[in-house]
Unconditional design. Structure first.
Length: 929
């Protein structure tokens, strides 16, 4: 076979016969097997060191997926990251650097869903990360934000504003620290720079023009509105931060700032004199400086040598104003084209009015920042020179502006006729727009330019007056602007008639009922500011406004009506009243005197229903009252003893009344005294007793109740007061003691006191324990060798003393409330017995044990034993040895029929030791009586 034939044989096709199966090839794959589907709902990978989410992915896995080319994977990773961090918040601190670097990197991702997930994750993370934690990484966050704001893609620019909103809300100080870069980004979002050669030599204000992008899904006006809203928020945060930094230096103006705080130091001179109070004058002084200082290092940009001054520099602020103001005017002209201008009074549609509002807000904030500069007057002159003409031409031509009403027809409803419905946007406040414009314009005027600006200033004055007088309800923002404009108008045009008209208009608004707290607070601060400004002027140039005097005179009555319904407002009223009273304002003092009975009412008066700080200010106001009649002193006494005032405030009130009395040492004529001596002593005695006449009368009818202690040897029953009332009464009485001790002629003072006790307390059958103890205390304080005790007073003191001692000896261990009274009451009882031996003898004579029941007899024995053991009374007990011996003999006779108890044995032992064993003996002392 030739080679050619062999080659053909190798490739010869096998011919199959009909009906025969084709033979299987040697390399044929068998297909006679069955398969089943395998479903993997989750990965089985588990990491013992890092927590995982429901897909078993840990933080490293999720962060690595952020670099995936597929947008769906990145979006899933962001959502999984949010789920993981919500379950395990502690991961945030450990991986904060990696989380921020990966999340901020997708701010410029081309996929909208990925950017949306990143914004949602940032919104979730921001409240959980403190500013101190994120500050080291904030340059990275700011860089990615700046890249997104200046991106060529419109969607990325729009989403960057959402990121900016989150950062402004959570980290205003950090985001405003990068103001130099971000402010330029705001400008580039709504405009572009002309680069033609003819504009090279022109100023920078003319090199920027508004840009129009037809590819954007929003209209140009809508897009600019979004950007201007964010720019307004950014400048607001910048202004607030600058105000807080300059507040400690005293460079900011007196304006409303919710972040401004001032802490006063209350000095208690009594504690300070005893070295119990340390006064730190400076915030960061002393051995332990205050670590919560507001001082902060500024953030570094552009290397270690550059510092981001932002708009805190005058040159930077002027440069930004030169760029942004022309653009804002273009936005204004675009919203209100002059060729389409309608007569004054016709409305403007919603969207243009929103743009106008944001334009004015930004200008107002720039003006506010300019007033925080060191060279304020030069900057104001520069602003007036460059922008007053444009503002008058564009802004004041159609002033005031109103919102155009959009009328829609509602479909006919069942049983209702067709009616018109005016729909206004909730986001539009044309009144605030007009007030903001007025605030901007009046800030460019001053007294020297008044004649040049009289036309548009009169327009603003008329608008402000009409707004105040029309009686419409104003919110706090509107009123803040309105009062700011009014104050500026009164400064630049100090005309008495015009000033009085404005004050009268504000007072008309103040008289409205139902004003919310922020509005009422702003009005109070406005009037207070006017009053203080007038008081600072010399008497020669001082102008007394009748409306202001009427407002001041009405404050005490408002305080009496308000009470505790609004403690914050009451506190503000008290501060203003205190300031005017300290300056001896006649109208206010006259009104305060007429309202004093209501303010110092012990049941519902402001002095007892307000917080402690307000109570203290009201107590201090008593010093300025023109007179203190008896009925007012009676109410003040009730305030002291009822417990509605703290014991320290009650002591302060007693001290103030002493300073205004004739016993203070000041040289007054009789007609200048605030109160008579009789009324003053009546006040002190009423406070000393701790109960009113009506309450003491009511106590006389109490019998057989647990709070009344009755003995068989004393006609005086003891009423047990609550522990809090007892301790309060005791502390207040200390202040009464001090006031009585400093009065000269102690014997006369003592005679007045014992006459009052004999008149009002002697003869009562039920006496409170605190009253009895305080009476004993004041007698011990005042009694000296020149004082003569009344005969009618001694039996009363003896009866009260036995009742108190009986109560102290019968207190059970379980009565913890009364156990705390023991030391105080025992001390005054022993003192009165030691100072007045006749009281001791009368008490011993009243111990007729044959009339005592078996339950009281051991108490009498224990009392005698304690009196014998007490060293200060031992001499007096020796003097009454025969009487004591007779009492013990009678007790022994009564107990002779039974087994001698331990208390009786102890009594015999003490008598034998202290009386029988005495060198003189009882027989030697028998001749004394």
């Amino acid at each position: 076979m030739t080679k050619k034939r062999k080659r053909q044989h190798d490739f010869q096709k096998v011919k199959l016969k009909v009906g025969k199966k084709k033979p299987k090839l040697q390399n044929a794959t068998p297909t006679n097997f069955k398969t089943k589907t395998i479903h993997l709902p989750e990965q089985l990978k588990e990491d013992g060191t890092l927590p995982t989410n429901n897909r078993k992915l840990n933080i490293k896995d999720l962060l690595s997926q952020m670099h995936h080319y597929n947008a769906g994977v990145k979006q899933s990773a962001l959502l999984g990251l949010k789920d993981l961090l919500s379950q395990y918040p502690f991961i945030i601190d450990a991986h904060l650097s990696n989380i921020l670097s990966e999340v901020t990197a997708v701010f410029t991702d081309k996929d909208a869903n990925v950017r949306l997930a990143a914004v949602q994750l940032l919104q979730f993370l921001a409240p959980k990360i403190r500013a101190e934690q994120i500050s080291p990484f904030f340059p990275l966050v700011s860089a990615h934000l700046s890249s997104a704001m200046t991106h060529i893609t419109e969607g990325i620019q729009e989403d960057s504003l959402k990121v900016l909103d989150i950062l402004l809300e959570q980290y205003p100080a950090l985001i405003t620290g990068r103001s130099s870069i971000l402010l330029k980004n705001f400008v580039e979002l709504i405009s572009h720079q002309q680069l033609s050669k003819g504009l090279i030599n022109r100023d920078r204000s003319q090199s920027w023009i508004l840009s129009v992008n037809p590819n954007r899904r929003l209209t140009s006006q809508q897009w600019r509105l979004k950007v201007l809203v964010r720019l307004s928020k950014f400048l607001q945060a910048l202004a607030d931060g600058s105000s807080r930094l300059r507040e400690s230096e005293g460079l900011q103006e007196q304006k409303e700032n919710p972040h401004a705080t001032s802490n006063s130091i209350f000095i208690n001179w009594k504690e300070h004199a005893n070295d119990q109070q340390h006064i730190q004058v400076y915030e960061n002084g002393g051995s332990q400086p205050n670590v919560s200082s507001q001082f902060r290092l500024r953030y570094l940009v552009g290397g270690l040598s550059g510092v981001d001054e932002g708009l805190s520099s005058t040159e930077n602020l002027k440069g930004f104003i030169e760029i942004i103001i022309p653009l804002l005017i273009e936005c204004w002209v675009e919203a209100v084209p002059p060729q389409l201008a309608t007569p004054v009074g016709n409305g403007i549609e919603r969207e243009p009015l929103q743009v106008m509002q944001q334009v004015l807000n930004i200008i107002s904030l720039l003006w506010k920042l300019s007033k925080q500069q060191d060279e304020t007057h030069k900057l104001e002159s520069w602003l007036r020179k460059n922008y007053l003409i444009d503002f008058k031409h564009h802004f004041m031509s159609r002033f005031p502006y109103v919102l155009k009403e959009i009328t829609k027809h509602k479909r006919k409803e069942p049983n209702k006729s067709i009616k018109h419905c005016t729909v206004l946007s909730n986001n539009i406040d044309h009144l605030l727009l007009n007030l903001t414009l007025s605030d901007i314009m009046v800030s460019l005027a001053n007294a020297s330019t008044l004649q040049k600006d009289c036309s548009w200033i009169e327009m603003i004055r008329k608008f402000v007056t009409e707004t105040l007088e029309d009686g419409s309800r104003l919110n706090s923002k509107q009123l803040n602007r309105l009062l700011g404009v009014s104050w500026r108008l009164m400064q630049i045009q100090p005309n008495r008639e015009d000033t009085e008209t404005l004050i009268k208009a504000v007072y008309t608004l103040y008289q409205q009922r139902g004003l919310i707290l922020p509005v009422r607070t702003l009005l109070l601060k406005f009037f207070s500011k006017i009053y203080q400004t007038e008081e600072l002027r010399s008497c020669r140039f001082r102008y007394r406004s009748k409306v202001l005097s009427r407002w001041l005179a009405g404050l005490p009555l408002q305080l009496a009506h308000l009470g505790s319904r609004n403690p914050e407002l009451s506190t503000q009223l008290i501060d203003i009243i205190h300031t005017a009273a300290a300056r001896a304002n006649k109208e206010l003092l006259k009104s305060l005197q007429a309202t004093a009975l209501r303010i110092y009412d012990p049941q519902e008066g402001a002095v007892v229903v307000l917080p402690a700080d307000s109570q203290q200010r009201l107590v201090q106001l008593v010093y300025f009252l023109p007179s203190l009649p008896a009925d007012l002193l009676s109410r003040l006494s009730r305030c002291c003893i009822m417990g509605r005032l703290s014991s320290s405030l009650a002591a302060m009130l007693i001290g103030i009344l002493h300073m205004r009395s004739s016993f203070s040492g000041w040289k007054y004529s009789a007609k200048d005294w605030l109160m008579s001596d009789v009324d003053y002593f009546s006040f002190l005695f009423s406070t000393l007793t701790g109960f009113s006449k009506e309450e003491l009368t009511w106590l006389q009818s109490l019998r057989g109740v647990p709070h009344v202690i009755q003995t068989q040897l004393s006609p005086v029953l003891l009423y047990l007061t609550d522990l809090d009332q007892f301790l309060h009464h005791w502390d207040v009485t200390e202040a009464v003691f001090h006031s009585l001790l400093v009065i000269p002629a102690r014997s006369q003072n003592f005679d007045i006191l014992q006459s009052a006790i004999s008149k009002h307390l002697v003869g009562l059958t039920v006496i409170p324990d605190s009253t009895a103890g305080c009476v004993f205390g004041v007698i011990c304080k005042l009694l000296d060798h020149t004082c003569v005790v009344s005969e009618t007073l001694l039996p009363f003191l003896a009866s009260c003393c036995y009742s108190l001692l009986y109560f102290l000896l019968t207190i059970e261990k379980g009565e913890a409330e009364h156990l705390r009274k023991r030391d105080k009451l025992w001390g005054v009882c022993v003192s009165i017995l030691a100072l007045l031996p006749r009281v001791l003898r009368l008490m011993l004579q009243s111990l007729r044990v044959n009339r005592v029941g078996p339950e009281e007899l051991p108490v009498v024995g224990q009392l005698l034993r304690l009196l014998l053991q007490h060293a200060p009374l031992r001499t007096h007990m020796l003097t009454n040895a025969i009487l004591v011996q007779q009492i013990i003999k009678n007790i022994t006779t009564l107990k002779s029929g039974s087994v001698q108890e331990q208390w009786l044995t102890d009594l015999h032992y003490c008598f034998n030791v202290y009386i029988t064993g005495h060198p003189q003996g009882p027989s030697a002392l028998a001749t004394v009586y």
